[in-house]
Write a protein that binds this ligand. Structure first.
Ligand code: RB5
Length: 141
């Protein structure tokens, strides 16, 4: 199960992402926001982060205008490793090296085509399980 969430700035892109996940047959839960009305991104970032940290969902995807506000919020939740990605290389590397469990994107930064490729890369890439990366992640904790 994938937890997804956005603020008003990421709402339209989140709709495209959900349609894409539907096409791929990937299950997700939408933690809001549910309209383009102005709202506070920490509410939705915290809900998605808690869903992932609790084990209710395996991964999370958060979208705001820049990806920054949701990532700062999500990373406050113990056990969350949220990464802002604006390209596929970073999305792949953060899965392989950081075992990132929440992807953050900026809807005012990346277009929908790129955002969907970044999401696919993030969801389809496994953690490397290399000893050095395990050690470094445990140092973060
Ligand atoms: C909302 O205007 C904007 O501040 C928000 O989407 C995000 O970019 C914050 O980091």
């Amino acid at each position: 199960m994938i937890a997804i969430g956005s603020d008003h700035g990421g709402y339209a892109l989140k709709q495209e992402l959900m349609a894409h996940l539907d096409k791929r047959g990937l299950a997700y839960r939408d933690y809001g926001t549910y309209s383009e009305a102005s709202c506070d991104y920490p509410v939705y970032a915290k809900a998605v982060a808690q869903a992932v940290a609790s084990g209710e969902c395996e991964r999370g995807i958060l979208i705001c205008g820049t990806g920054i506000g949701v990532s700062i919020t999500a990373n406050k939740v113990p056990g969350i490793r949220a990464a802002v990605c604006g390209d596929c290389f970073t999305a792949k590397a953060t899965r392989e090296h950081n075992d990132a469990n929440v992807l953050c994107m900026g809807a005012r930064v990346v277009g929908a085509g790129l955002a969907l490729m970044i999401a696919d890369t993030f969801l389809d890439t496994a953690f490397s399980n290399d000893e050095r990366h395990i050690r470094r992640i445990s140092m973060i904790e």
